[in-house]
Design a protein around this ligand. Structure first.
Ligand code: GLN
Length: 290
């Protein structure tokens, strides 16, 4: 068989992925081949005419097969970029999504509005891979960050990500447990991207998403099984003027803003994701001494 050039291999891989209905065939093919050849996209373009080494071809075929069988690129590579950082991912955690960057941005807005407040404290519930907590600590190193998850393997992975990305192991206080169980003390900011997919919809998700851990996605009958106790429990763990920020589904926003209002939060605000959909909601707990 004739050898292929790198450019030809990419074209073939892209065509194969496109014919299987994959949304971003060219991007996926270049990420998979780039990983094997240790080249970024620019490097692949420069190497367009270079013959593809036969062992790389075998590996590329294997990766393409995994992608065709419904595994995401993040799973195949074992990592996913989020806010410019490379997070290790595993079958135990949700792959960080671009939409969740909105949660980080909303948190930064609140943190920066506090200006020179010394040592703001932050709690990230359902931290998973640690993407939200670690990005915030990375971008605002003065924050005192705690992060919890009910899943021990998720917490292990988050700890490893923190060690690698923050360059130290004690940058974030990781706490095992369900939501507020085991959380003591109060925080200026509580953030969470909890599981919020209604159980009945789990089967309708894209194949890549269906392979992710159910515990990270399943939000019960209406998707709010974790969101309700977070909204109810956060005031006890928020300092006066503290903020709760949650990611959820756009369709859940009216119900969630009602829960915020009933829970006594003020300044309730909704933030849009990259496709203009309501994705993050926040509210403030006022001081009780006024
Ligand atoms: N945004 C995710 C999805 O669409 C859901 C994430 C979650 O439940 N926290 O699959």
């Amino acid at each position: 068989m004739e050898g292929l050039t790198i450019g030809e291999a990419l074209t073939q891989g892209t065509t194969l992925l496109r014919s299987a209905g994959i949304d971003t065939p060219a991007l996926d093919a270049s990420l998979l081949l780039g990983e094997i050849l240790r080249l970024d996209r620019a490097g692949l373009i420069l190497a367009d005419q270079t013959p593809l080494p036969p062992e790389a071809r075998g590996l590329f075929d294997k990766s393409l097969k995994r992608r065709l069988s419904g595994e995401s690129v993040a799973w195949i590579l074992g990592r996913r970029e989020f806010r410019g950082l490379e997070f290790a991912v595993s079958p135990e955690v949700l792959v960080p999504r671009p939409d969740t960057e909105i949660l980080v941005e909303a948190a930064l807005e609140f943190i920066d509005a506090r200006g020179a407040s010394p040592q703001l404290t932050l709690l990230d519930l359902c931290t998973g891979s640690g993407a939200v907590a670690i990005s915030l600590k990375h971008e605002r190193p003065g924050l005192r960050v705690s992060a919890s998850d009910i899943s021990p393997p998720a917490l292990d992975l988050a700890r490893k990500n923190a060690r690698r990305l923050l360059g130290r192991s004690d940058g974030i206080n990781f706490l095992p447990g369900s939501l507020f169980a085991g959380i003591s003390g109060s925080f200026d900011l509580i953030v969470s991207n909890p599981p919020y997919v209604p159980s009945a919809l789990l089967e309708t998700l894209a194949p890549e998403v269906r392979r992710e851990p159910r515990i990270a996605l399943d939000g019960g009958p209406d998707g709010l099984d974790l969101i309700r106790p977070i909204i109810a429990g956060a005031p006890e763990h928020l300092l006066p003027g503290g903020v709760l920020l949650l990611e959820a589904d756009p369709g859940q926003m009216p119900a969630i803003t009602a829960l915020f209002t009933q829970g006594g939060y003020g300044n309730i605000r909704v933030f849009q994701d990259l496709s203009g959909q309501d994705r993050v909601v926040g509210g403030i707990i006022r001081g009780t001494n006024t």
